[in-house]
Design a protein around this ligand. Structure first.
Ligand SMILES: Cc1ncc(COP(=O)(O)O)c(C=O)c1O
Length: 382
């Protein structure tokens, strides 16, 4: 054997892939671990979604390979969702590409646009996959910070002082994971102008648009965005379907065609039952989102209580599935995370896995029922 790819030395196994092995081992050893680490919605999808999956699975003719672009009804359902939820008009046959989760889209988009040596703007803190994929392709992450006092506005002023000549792509993510910064229409407008000025492809990763937000927003609703921006979206968080692996990419037809060129060499379409379930989910009305928000609001109040007990600081004006907490002076995030895991059997995420700007933070997930969060609170002494 003549060795592995040099590129795999640029990445580590995904934090949760390794950490959850340890947590699961603790559970197997009989430890009552409460997992407030990962953002995997714990609730079921709507019954109509399950019904659509079941009905399709029972059809003997539904088990063949599927279209590389998803069935037309799924693309139409996405287009209707974008029109209804964000006021964005998309052509279902040209401007929408269904994906198996949005995570795979990060790789496909990066493979479509990047050459070794290209630079990519990535938020710090931010979703670790943007940087790993960039590194795997021999491109270079260039980190930008966001201002949590200004809804997560990128630090455009320092970006303008940077040499951006090699920057080809910029990842943005509002509502922002892990901080919960909401973003705003103003910020999205600034981003579109910035991308145009510097000839950068803007990729908006938008899986949290409907979770505890003031308004669902899409970059594609900004005038002129269609020339410079594409958007990834996902059913994972919005419809409690993370294990289904259903997402999409929307934007310019000519760019989408190139992404399809990459993607169609990697998978052979998505099981029809999943597509039918996704169509049912995308058609759900306002009450689905309202009910979900009510539930997460109640959980978030309890997570704030837990954070208070731990002496952590957090912003109440935040969106998404997590509470982002600053650790008090004199303590480190690792200390808090390890103490909680090994002494109280409560798993939360250290902020450093999202980048250096996360070093003094921890992230607590809302994906646990209230009684479990209460139990976690009770495990901490006053
Ligand atoms: C910011 C962000 N982007 C993308 C994803 C991937 O979501 P999925 O692949 O389930 O659509 C996640 C999942 O946690 C995320 O937090």
């Amino acid at each position: 054997m003549k060795g592995f790819s040099e590129k795999i030395e640029t990445v580590q196994e995904y934090y949760f892939s390794a950490k959850l092995r340890e947590v699961n081992q603790m559970i197997a050893d009989g430890k009552p671990v409460i997992n407030l680490g990962i953002g995997s919605p714990d609730l079921a999808p709507d019954p109509k979604v399950i019904e659509a999956l079941k009905n399709t699975a029972e059809n003997p003719r539904a088990h063949g390979y599927q279209s590389y672009q998803g069935i037309p009804e799924l693309r139409i359902a996405y287009a209707e969702f974008y029109a209804r939820e964000y006021g964005v008009s998309l052509q279902p046959d040209k401007e929408i590409l269904p994906l198996m989760g949005s995570k795979e889209g990060i790789m496909h988009v990066s493979m479509t646009f990047l050459n070794p040596g290209d630079e990519v703007l990535i938020p710090n803190p931010g979703y670790p996959t943007y940087a790993s994929v960039t590194n795997l392709l021999g491109a270079k992450p260039v980190y930008y910070t966001i201002d949590l006092n200004r809804k997560g506005r990128p630090d455009f002023e320092s970006l303008e002082q940077t040499d951006l000549s090699k920057v080809k792509l910029m990842w943005i993510n509002y509502p922002h994971m892990p901080t919960g910064a909401q973003g705003s229409e103003e910020i999205l407008k600034e981003l579109v102008d910035f991308a145009k000025k510097h000839d950068i492809v803007l990729i908006s990763d938008n899986p949290y648009s409907h979770i505890l937000t003031d308004a669902p927003r899409s970059i594609l609703s900004i005038s002129g965005a269609e020339e410079v921006a594409m958007e990834l979206n996902s059913l994972s968080k919005t419809f409690n379907m993370p294990g289904w692996r259903v997402g999409m990419l929307a934007g310019r037809a000519d760019w989408l065609q190139k992404v399809l060129k990459v993607k169609s060499n990697m998978d052979s379409g998505m099981f029809l039952g999943l597509q039918k379930g996704a169509i049912a989910a995308l058609g759900l009305g306002k009450t689905w989102f309202e009910d979900l928000d009510d539930l997460y609001k109640n959980r978030r109040k309890l997570v704030w209580k837990l954070a208070d007990k731990l002496g952590l600081k957090y912003e109440q004006d935040s969106a998404g599935l997590f509470v982002w907490c600053q650790v008090p002076e004199g303590k480190t995030a690792e200390e808090i995370v390890d103490n909680l895991l090994y002494e109280k059997n409560i798993f939360i995420t250290p902020g450093k896995i999202f980048g250096s700007e996360g070093n003094n933070y921890v992230r607590i997930s809302l994906c646990m029922p209230e009684f479990k969060i209460l139990e976690a609170i009770n495990r901490i002494k006053p």
